[in-house]
Design a protein around this ligand. Structure first.
Ligand code: ATR
Length: 279
């Protein structure tokens, strides 16, 4: 029952009505038995810092931050956690008694999804990351921090891949299209972070047929829930995952930061799947 004591959090973005975050958050709160509610707030880009001042004034406990606000809110925050500092963007604001901290939980969300879904550790592992947008940046940074042995990054625009590898430390390198197959064959995990295959697009960002049953293919797209890339990788024998698990695990970390308690990822996964199925 919502009352005057209910703690409020949410998600800010523009557009944001389609966001799965409130459904995922509220399912976790119900399961945790805490008196919290999560809502979606449409915030125009020019209002990013005003919205942050508003959440401070009204005592919201935290918000997830989606496009176009991930960099825009940063000047209004009191401090940044290390990953947000490295990336220059946040996907989460935590309000601890009026002190606003920006976090970036996509990278840890990816790492924890791999451990949870496949039991694959990052330390000592070999990774191929296709794409060089915001998601690739978070993932490469987290893989570097967690001690991956090799992080091969490729992208249609190679100059952007050169930028991304700077976030991954000594293990990160750029590979061009010609070297991609060799890098893929040597990898433990291959990740698509491009938008190729999203929505009605039936195409694949690369040919996954060299993959084997010793490898994992993650496509961070979750619409559709199975991309052409995943289907082809599974046909080659690889174990595959879509982006729902990363989405859930980045939210797990956010709720842990806001509430101080660990939510149940399985409950949140069920909520995310139900929300997606209802679209
Ligand atoms: P996000 O922030 O979600 O990670 P983004 O910043 O929009 O996404 O990045 C999209 C990624 O998809 C980029 O790596 C982009 O490649 P470019 O840097 O060359 O633009 C990649 N991408 C989009 N459409 C593509 C296509 N048709 N073929 C190959 N890569 C594509």
């Amino acid at each position: 029952m919502i009352s005057g004591y209910t703690e409020v959090c949410g998600v800010i973005g523009d557009p944001v009505r389609h966001s799965l975050s409130p459904a995922i958050h509220n399912a976790a709160f119900a399961d945790m038995g805490v008196d919290w509610v999560s809502l979606a707030f449409t915030v125009a880009p020019e209002d990013a810092t005003v919205a942050v001042a508003g959440l401070r004034a009204m005592g919201l406990r935290g918000v997830s931050v989606t496009m176009p606000h991930k960099a825009l809110v940063v000047p209004a925050l009191d401090q940044l956690a290390p990953s947000a500092q490295a990336l220059g963007v946040v996907n989460c604001i935590a309000n601890d008694n009026g002190v606003l901290t920006g976090h970036s939980t996509d990278g840890i969300g990816f790492v924890n999804s791999l451990a949870s879904d496949f039991g694959v550790p990052v330390a000592g592992g070999r990774f191929v990351i296709v794409g060089a947008g915001g998601a690739a940046r978070s993932i490469v940074h987290a893989l570097g921090v967690d001690g991956a042995q090799d992080i091969a990054v490729t992208n249609r625009t190679l100059a952007k891949a050169e930028d991304v590898v700077l976030l991954g430390g000594a293990a990160a390198r750029v590979v061009d299209g010609a070297s991609l197959t060799a890098a893929m064959k040597a990898a433990d995990v291959v990740v698509n972070t491009t938008s190729v295959g999203m929505g009605e697009d039936p195409s694949m960002p690369f040919d996954p047929s060299p993959l084997t049953d010793a490898q994992v293919l993650v496509d961070i797209i979750y619409n559709p829930i199975e991309t052409a890339l995943m289907t082809a990788a599974a046909a080659a024998g690889a174990r595959t995952a879509n982006g729902v698990s990363m989405l859930v695990h980045q939210a797990v970390e956010q709720l842990r930061l806001w509430t101080g308690h660990m939510p149940d990822p399985a409950v949140m996964m069920t909520a995310a799947s139900a929300a997606l199925a209802g679209r």
